[in-house]
Design a binder for this molecule. Structure first.
Ligand SMILES: [Zn+2]
Ligand SMILES: [Zn+2]
Length: 420
């Protein structure tokens, strides 16, 4: 299936800034629990079969080989100072690269890098300017010396926007593109979230110092001091932070045309936030998804759990193969996208039923276990998440159990389930 015809109906030329709107809905953070006893229709599961057809087949051997080939090619091309890098740059298709963020104490999102005929488009900008600066240098070293002309912020979260400023500092002409809703959310919450992330740092440093003091393992002490070093670097990086706001906004669709390939920026509905952008390159069959679809457990606190699966179904109508998510590894088919979608749908259904039955959140967290969730036990989702989440964060010793993340999701769904 192809969504070109639909997209072209409401395309916006990137030179036509008359379409730029500065107003946006501000209903993203309603925490309205005033109707806890509303009865909703039973959640239908027949949709899953429809989706299986829509999403195509399961993971194929060929795609695994292809990914291994890309990884090996990029390993050979890597610069000598390999261990200082914050990202691994992998080629997904011609002109399409995936900047896979290495584990850091203060997380960085991944970026999608699209190399066009004369310039570069980067999707998402990490948690701090120095991380974005590091990626800019790495792109120049490993991919192209063309300047970055556009930075797309898929959504307002701090780990995707706080590096924007580094692109401004290159001195090249750069525009920051987001939905109008995301711009509004950045202006409402950007500074507060940044401050909250900084305020958490002293406690995190104390905890690491305590842990190092208790430990008799030299390796664990070294791990703790590395975490402390990274936390202090984050503090220093964000000390004089100012928001770099979107300069180009749109409501539904925005088209970046180029002789190399086109990039379709689309808002498909509420999902991870009220303003998620998907960046679709039809010629290279690549889709950058931000945090609306990625390889970690979803983060739902700012989300719309009842709308999210339907939004993914809309996205899935397009013809794509490479999924470049905001966290976790590059996907070369739709397995993880389907798994995550089904998990959100199933857990939301369970929380809704639990709420109707008058269950407390703590009781739901006991009942809705990883082992009992069909979506977790299908297509290897539990095994995938366990492996990927552990690899995505700095670890010493056992990573926290997956159920901890599911419990957070249950709590967040309970709080957000009435959002539309
Ligand atoms: Zn993120
Ligand atoms: Zn996010």
């Amino acid at each position: 299936m192809n969504m070109d015809s639909k997209l072209h109906d409401h395309k916006h030329s990137h030179d036509d800034h008359s379409h730029v709107r500065t107003t946006a809905q501000s209903h993203a953070h309603s925490h309205d629990h005033s109707h806890p006893h509303d009865r909703a229709e039973d959640v239908s599961t027949s949709r899953r079969d429809f989706l299986r057809v829509l999403m195509g087949g399961a993971l194929s051997g060929a795609s695994i080989l292809e990914l291994a080939y890309h990884r090996a090619a990029w390993a050979r091309a890597a610069a000598p100072a390999d261990d200082a890098k914050l990202f691994d740059l992998q080629k997904a298709a011609d002109g399409v690269y995936f900047a896979h963020a290495r584990p850091q104490t203060v997380i960085n999102c991944n970026a999608a890098v699209f190399v066009r005929s004369k310039d570069v488009v980067v999707v998402d900008a990490h948690s701090k300017p120095s991380a974005a600066a590091s990626l800019i240098a790495q792109i120049r070293r490993e991919v192209t010396e063309k300047p970055v002309r556009y930075v797309i912020n898929t959504h307002f979260h701090w780990d995707h926007t706080q590096g924007n400023h580094a692109y401004r500092q290159t001195g090249e002409k750069v525009d920051f593109i987001a939905t109008a809703a995301t711009k509004q959310l950045m202006s409402d919450f950007g500074m507060a979230r940044m401050k909250a992330s900084l305020d958490a740092v002293p406690k995190q440093i104390d905890a690491m110092q305590e842990r190092a003091g208790r430990s008799s393992s030299a390796a664990e002490k070294a791990f703790c001091s590395e975490q402390i070093k990274q936390l202090r670097a984050y503090q220093a990086d964000l000390k004089d932070y100012s928001l770099e706001m979107p300069t180009v906004t749109f409501e539904k669709s925005y088209l970046l045309r180029d002789p190399a390939f086109d990039l379709h920026l689309d808002f498909h509905g509420h999902a991870h936030t009220a303003g998620d952008v998907f960046v679709y390159c039809p010629q290279q069959r690549a889709l950058a998804t931000g945090d609306a679809s990625h390889g970690w457990l979803p983060f739902i606190a700012d989300g719309f759990p009842k709308k999210w699966p339907g939004t993914i179904d809309e996205v899935a109508r397009a013809d794509f193969k490479y999924v470049l998510g905001g966290h976790g590894p590059l996907q070369v088919d739709r397995t993880v996208m389907v798994n995550q979608r089904n998990y959100i749908e199933e857990l939301t259904g369970k929380v809704e039923e639990g709420r109707k039955a008058g269950l407390a959140v703590a009781e739901m967290q006991k009942r809705f276990t990883v082992a009992s969730l069909r979506s977790m036990q299908s297509n290897g989702y539990e095994a995938f998440l366990t492996r990927i989440q552990a690899a995505g964060h700095p670890q010493f010793g056992d990573p926290p159990p997956l159920q901890d993340g599911v419990n957070t999701n249950i709590d967040d769904i309970f709080k957000t389930i009435d959002r539309t």
